[in-house]
Design a binder for this molecule. Structure first.
Ligand code: NAI
Length: 253
């Protein structure tokens, strides 16, 4: 039974793995005995982790291709890709800066597609692989002031389903994790604001913010043989936020 969930000796690539959610996933897989390679743009940040790494900007198709080929050359194959690289910018929709829109689409949509394509190329050749995209609660519902990011994360849901149906017969499963509000560098300042923090704690049925480590269990499940018949799914890890809310109704207990 334990083997069903084993990721031991799997070659796991975490794109955007230098910090935050990607770093927690990378550390979780190291602890589980996997061979982990992280990638991002910042070599100093990558080097400071002590993990194996590739320098790669996901918006550059040639760099992404090279990153995937280098991993196969160094480790023999790519068993699992975590597509984690992502950026956000919050602004009113009616005056949303065009350059920021482009940057978000470049990293979150084009970049994640390029990485799935290049790693998927090797997985199709291997006739085995797992791709786990990091979606968002914005993939499932919307919040005001985050329209471009929300749209990009909607695309992650479509990409997950599209690649899943295309590669299911090649034994490559593609799923997505939709994290709720997770405290990282991307949003730490936001959660220092007591009004914002209070809103999340109130609205989330679990009544707390998430930590990157809250995503590790689901990540391991989706990378293991236990999930071999699951593909094209967006699975929320959000303390119940997208399922509904508690409310002030008082009921007998
Ligand atoms: P973070 O800002 O701490 O990490 C983002 C990672 O992406 C970093 O490693 C960064 O170097 C990398 N990255 C950015 N642009 C890149 C590029 N062009 N090429 C290669 N790497 C690049 O953010 P966090 O919070 O860890 O977010 C990770 C992912 O999780 C993102 O896709 C984000 O949208 C998603 N997410 C985060 C949530 C949260 O509450 N923190 C909630 C839902 C989704």
């Amino acid at each position: 039974m334990q083997d069903l969930f084993s990721v031991k000796d799997k070659v796991v690539h975490v794109s955007g793995g230098s910090r935050g959610i990607g770093r927690a996933i990378a550390d979780g897989f190291v602890q589980a005995g996997a061979t982990v390679v992280i990638s991002s743009r910042d070599e100093a940040a990558l080097q400071s982790t002590g993990l194996a790494y590739e320098v790669c900007d996901v918006t550059d198709a040639a760099q992404v291709d090279r990153c995937a080929s280098n991993i196969v050359e160094r480790f023999g194959r790519i068993d699992v890709l975590f597509n984690v690289a992502g950026i956000n910018f919050r602004h009113a929709a009616e005056t949303f800066p065009a350059d920021k829109l482009q940057a978000i689409l470049d990293v979150n949509v084009k970049g994640n597609y390029l990485m799935a394509r290049s790693c998927g190329f090797h997985m199709v050749a291997q006739q085995k692989g797992k791709i786990i995209n990091i979606a968002s609660l914005h993939t499932l519902q919307s919040l005001a002031g985050v329209s471009a990011y929300g749209m990009s994360k909607g695309a992650i849901g479509s990409m997950t389903r599209a690649l899943a149906v295309e590669w299911a017969s090649q034994n490559v499963q593609v799923n997505a994790i939709a994290p709720g509000f997770i405290v990282t560098d991307l949003n730490r300042k936001l959660w220092d604001d007591p009004t914002m923090r209070g809103w999340v704690e109130d609205r989330t049925p679990a009544h707390r913010l998430g930590q990157p480590s809250d995503l590790v269990g689901l990540s391991i499940f989706l990378a293991s043989g236990a999930s071999d018949f699951i593909t094209g799914q967006v699975i929320a890890a959000d303390g119940g936020f997208t399922s509904g809310s508690t409310w002030p109704l008082v009921v007998p207990r």
